[in-house]
Design a protein around this ligand. Structure first.
Ligand SMILES: [Ca+2]
Length: 285
């Protein structure tokens, strides 16, 4: 689930109770926050990544990395994923209906990689699309490479099934493990999301070389390359120069709640943190 910007919070995870989480999912006490994804050449917001949050009555606001491990151990990943998927689809549909976003605007939803070789993922995504009526061209399913896939043949079937539905597939957190070249060879991903550690390590010659090689790899495989965790104008300039397509990170914004996301979509202007060095962002229609 959307852990890429939640790493520091994960270090201070409270002792979340699985039963509380089950009740929170059933009572829909969770919420989604939305982090902009930006086209680097045009400074245009092309979509949001939906990140799940839990306003815990005792511990306060929790991000995904603080309770997803509990969900995993308690067998709650599937209901959690389904809630996130349906809620993100419903929100995107509302924004599509209000013409706040056009058909090219994307909503990226994190699905546990362990579900990719399950037998129901395609049906669950199809059901969410049918239930909400969302324009499926706006949907991206992100699969993190830190998850394990037990049966690659089943995962290939799921990936092809998702693509046949008309949704895009992203390989998330690329570079955080070393086992995914097989996935790249066998599964057809539309989007490659480079892990924030690669961006952070770009201050050294070796780090830049890895970043460049990864961007070229995605490019040569025909994927859109998205860099995670962009925090400085220098990182932005480097990623632009190396040919990354899109990025996300605190340089522009962390995840924002629904109300703020809507106000920004309505205004059509994104306030850049450093207007002198980082151009204002307009929202893609
Ligand atoms: Ca993600």
């Amino acid at each position: 689930m959307g852990v890429s910007l939640d790493a520091t919070a994960a270090a201070r995870s409270p002792a979340v109770d699985a039963i509380d989480l089950k009740i929170a999912i059933e009572r829909e006490e969770l919420a989604l926050a939305y982090q902009p994804i930006v086209a680097l050449d045009a400074a245009l917001v092309t979509g949001f990544e939906a990140l799940v949050r839990w306003a815990h009555p005792e511990f306060g606001p929790l991000c995904a990395s603080q309770f997803v491990p509990v969900a995993e151990r308690a067998g709650l990943l599937r209901p959690l994923d389904d809630w996130v998927l349906r809620t993100a689809c419903r929100q995107l549909k509302a924004w599509q209906d209000d013409v706040l976003v056009g058909p090219g605007f994307k909503m990226a939803v994190n699905i546990s990689g362990s579900e990719l070789d399950g037998d129901r993922l395609v049906e669950r995504v199809r059901a969410a699309i049918a239930e909400t009526g969302v324009d499926r061209r706006g949907l991206i399913i992100e699969i993190t490479e830190t998850a394990s896939i037990d049966n690659l043949d089943d995962a290939i079937d799921s990936a092809e099934g998702l693509r046949a539905l008309g949704v895009e597939l992203a390989l998330d957190d690329f570079g955080s493990r070393s086992t995914t070249f097989d996935w790249l060879r066998c599964l057809r991903f539309d989007v490659l999301k480079i892990d924030h550690d690669f961006v952070r390590d770009s201050t050294t010659d070796l780090g830049r070389a890895f970043l460049q090689a990864t961007i070229e790899l995605g490019d040569n495989l025909g994927m859109r390359v998205v860099a995670e965790g962009i925090e400085t104008p220098h990182q932005l300039a480097l990623l632009r120069a190396l040919g990354a397509d899109e990025g996300q990170g605190f340089l522009w914004s962390g995840a924002v709640d629904t109300g703020r996301a809507e106000r920004l979509l309505s205004s059509g202007i994104w306030p850049a943190p450093d207007a002198a060095r980082c151009p204002k962002l307009a929202f893609s229609r």
